[in-house]
Design a protein around this ligand. Structure first.
Ligand code: G3I
Length: 356
């Protein structure tokens, strides 16, 4: 599977790349002027179709415009270990091959999460000891296999719950490994992949507040305990019509860079279905563009802001349409891979501030 996918894909992308788009210089070159990696998550279905030559524009646009990729689902435990003890690395390996072929970095998402748990580990009959054994072995396997290929690793995704006394979400992993489970897991990850930057990634922390405070306490506690952590991932899913304040976002990021951490926007998308109905479709896309502009402007003011990723490449492959039953058009490129006002806003910010 892997060899076939890789061969077809690389060949397909090479052809597609021959027809360079007129979006020049590409976002990745503009972002590089800020020491910023720009990218998106890669949908498994789109990747497979591109590999089969059915979606050459997907491969071409991804390789041309982006400098970092994340698997939307292919590197989650549910996808990698569908059956007890049986790993399927094929799609993950093919995505690493594609990234390396096109000079792109890879952010590994994710080591562990309370969702996308393999079915065979979910049942009430599964003992904590078996889950604990799985975690240590899985982190070691992923780390050792990709130690030289991944730049960043979302080792544990979404661990924060500000309603809990210790600020941590109650999960089967916490139950199996104890309250200091994150310290254990990040130490295992660092042992397996000492040169990879380890990230704690969560949603709803971009705008300050209790959840941001809980994330701050978590990573400060990890650093104080000598636990290896190098960055905080701010997912920035803006699905409720939010209109962010770049100054507030900047101040939020600075709390974490003051600890010596990098800060990343890891999963940005901006749904338009919650915008005022009396806005025209064009006005909604303009507002969406302003939202992207404000987050990116806020981030670029901060030393240590090193990654900006959207959660999908084009609207054709967004998860949001399954999550909110609406046509939310949340990304930079539309269903026909055409750049939207949001793309031009991102481009302008990268080009403007690069000139300063
Ligand atoms: O692959 C199976 C398919 O075989 C099956 O027929 C189908 C119907 O059950 O499900 C398919 O798996 C789905 C998978 O996406 C691939 O499409 C899962 O049900 C579905 O739950 C999964 O949703 C993903 C979700 O994470 C849960 O893993 C979304 O695509 C993905 O965009 C979303 O991404 C998360 C980040 O990882 C973490 N941050 C939040 C973000 C949005 O929820």
């Amino acid at each position: 599977m892997k060899t076939l996918v890789t061969t077809i894909f690389l060949f397909g992308a090479a052809i597609a790349m021959a027809q360079q788009s007129d979006l020049q210089p590409p976002l990745r070159d503009l972002a590089a002027r800020h020491d910023l990696l720009i990218g998106c998550c890669v949908n498994t279905g789109a990747f497979r179709q591109a590999a089969a030559g059915d979606e050459p524009r997907f491969a071409a646009l991804l390789a041309e415009q982006m400098s970092i990729l994340t698997a939307e689902n292919a590197m989650k435990p549910k996808a990698l270990v569908p059956r007890r003890g049986a790993y399927d690395w094929s799609v993950a390996d093919a995505m690493f091959d594609f990234a390396e072929r096109h000079g792109m970095q890879v952010r590994f998402h994710t080591g562990l999460w309370h969702r996308a748990v393999p079915d065979w580990l979910e049942g009430d009959d599964v003992a904590d000891a078996e889950r604990a054994r799985f975690v240590e072995q899985h982190i070691q396997r992923v780390g050792q296999r990709y130690a030289d290929r991944m730049t960043y690793w979302d080792v544990v995704n979404e661990p924060i719950d500000p309603k809990q006394p210790d600020g941590l979400r109650e999960t089967i992993w916490k139950q199996a490994l104890g309250d200091d489970y994150l310290h254990k897991i990040y130490r295992w990850a660092h042992e397996a992949a000492p040169d990879v930057k380890l990230v704690v990634n969560d949603y709803g922390i971009w705008n300050g507040g209790r959840k941001t405070d809980a994330m701050y306490e978590l990573v400060k506690g990890m650093l104080d305990a000598g636990v290896p952590v190098h960055a905080v991932g701010f997912q920035v899913h803006l699905l409720g019509g939010e209109y962010p304040d770049p100054d507030r976002f900047e101040q939020t990021l600075r709390r974490f860079t003051a600890l010596g951490l990098e800060v990343h926007v890891t999963e940005m998308d901006v749904a338009i279905s919650k915008y005022d109905d009396d806005l025209s479709p064009e006005q909604k896309l303009q507002r969406q563009a302003e939202v992207y502009r404000r987050i990116l402007e806020g981030g670029l003011r901060v030393d240590g802001f090193t990654v900006f990723q959207t959660w999908g490449l084009t609207d054709r492959w967004t998860w949001v349409d399954n999550f909110i039953d609406a046509d939310d058009a949340p990304l930079l490129f539309d269903e026909q891979y055409q750049p939207k006002p949001a793309y031009f806003a991102v481009r302008e910010v990268l080009a403007e501030t690069a000139a300063d």
